[in-house]
Design a protein around this ligand. Structure first.
Ligand code: SF4
Length: 398
């Protein structure tokens, strides 16, 4: 059996670069479905959105409407927004008509507006480009395989960590997303695509989720609410480039969320070159945080390792990697670089990939090789970005 057999299709991607990608502009030859920007009818885009609020917070706002509303309305509206995915107050048919009208006059049901939807030629990957109220665009990716369905969420507009192999890094850090903007990404996916009852969520879209810790946690708490989407923390993976103190905080505060760490290098010099965050948190500090996480949560961690031809794919790298993760219950997810013409990096040869993986197999707990999904719509790992006009966007691989 070749090592490619137990392919893990995206179960625990990491920051191994973002899965999203640069513009799907509707003219891309691989896009089989693109939609024009759609304004959500019945939603005033300047009005405060109710998505992203808890039932209690919604109840407090509704109590301020003329005539006031009783507290149970908060949960009723929350249920409509999340469990029934209503994008318009008019759809909330078991609410009194005057309340629906009053809400439409004061609030918006949604945060984000769909700009474009694109599906990869193999039809396993769908990318939504969504506009925020301040005009930024973020990307959300749905990956469907026979074994599992995964939604990849963005946590920031752009990213300030500057990993040299990642397209999102080219945007720089624009701003953190609010909890409602994170939750609404998933609601948009639900409205556009048939979704199974159980699926996984990964914070591997644009941005470093642990650099937007509070809002990401707020969003996962909202997603877990039983009267809403009821997505438990065990189905959510937070992927970090290596913010050591936040890894420890996550272990203490939300031990049931899964953790993935984007490692990508086995020496400090090599890692700092690929991931400047390595200068702030050298490998010794990062691995200490990971060990704390594993000890505290009693959960396995996933290490993402993007293989870059001639950079980190040698047998010496594999040997050092084995030493680094020694005694840490973990899975190593190998990700061949998604070349996109924008960076100096390219995918390793099949021989190099096999040599690397075969070295790891008998010496580590678990190794998987990620099958690349969505490369043709630039929705694969490391390809997400919304770049301004004039910036070389590269092109999807042939
Ligand atoms: S630049 Fe940001 S989004 Fe890209 S891989 Fe690094 S941490 Fe992740």
């Amino acid at each position: 059996m070749s090592f490619m057999d137990p392919v893990e299709r995206f179960d625990n991607t990491a920051h191994a670069g973002r899965m999203n990608a640069d513009a799907v502009d509707g003219t891309d030859r691989t896009v089989d479905r693109a939609v024009e920007r759609t304004v959500d009818r019945g939603n005033d885009r300047t009005a405060p959105a109710l998505v992203g609020l808890s039932p209690d917070q919604i109840a407090t706002l509704l109590a301020e409407l003329p005539g006031g509303e009783r507290r149970f309305r908060g949960e009723q509206v929350f249920r409509w927004l999340h469990a029934r995915r209503a994008a318009d107050f008019a759809a909330m048919t078991d609410l009194p008509a005057d309340l629906r009208q009053a809400m439409a006059g004061r609030f918006s049901a949604t945060e984000l507006e769909l700009v474009t939807e694109a599906r990869s030629s193999e039809s396993t990957t769908t990318k939504l480009v969504l506009a925020t109220r301040d005009g930024a665009e973020i990307e959300t990716v749905l990956i469907v395989t026979p074994r599992r369905t995964t939604v990849c969420l963005s946590s920031q507009v752009g990213c300030g960590l500057g990993c040299t192999f990642c397209r999102t890094a080219r945007m720089g850090h624009v701003r953190n997303l609010e909890a409602g903007e994170i939750v609404d990404q998933l609601l948009h996916v639900h409205r556009r695509e048939p979704m199974p009852e159980r699926y996984n969520l990964v914070f591997m879209g644009m941005g470093e989720p642990l650099a937007n810790y509070e809002r990401v946690i707020e969003a996962t708490d909202l997603l877990a609410r039983p009267e809403g989407l009821a997505i438990g923390p065990r189905r959510i993976t937070v992927s970090t480039a290596g913010l050591a103190p936040e890894i420890e905080r996550l272990a203490r505060e939300r031990p049931r969320l899964k953790l993935a760490v984007s490692l990508n290098a086995t020496t400090d010099a090599q890692r700092s070159k690929l991931m400047p965050i390595g200068r702030r948190y050298p490998l010794e500090r990062l691995m200490r945080a990971v060990q704390f996480h594993v000890r505290t949560t009693r959960r396995r961690v996933t290490f993402e390792y993007v293989l870059l031809a001639g950079v980190n794919d040698s047998l010496e790298d594999a040997e050092r990697l084995v030493g680094l993760v020694d005694r840490i219950p973990c899975k190593i997810n190998l990700i061949p670089m998604n070349g996109d013409g924008m960076t100096e990096y390219s995918a390793p040869s099949t021989e190099a990939l096999e040599r690397f993986a075969h070295y790891l197999y008998p010496r580590t707990y678990a190794v998987t090789v990620r099958a690349t999904q969505g490369r043709d719509i630039l929705a694969a790992c490391g390809q997400l970005a919304r770049l301004p006009a004039g910036v070389d966007r590269g092109s999807p691989p042939a």
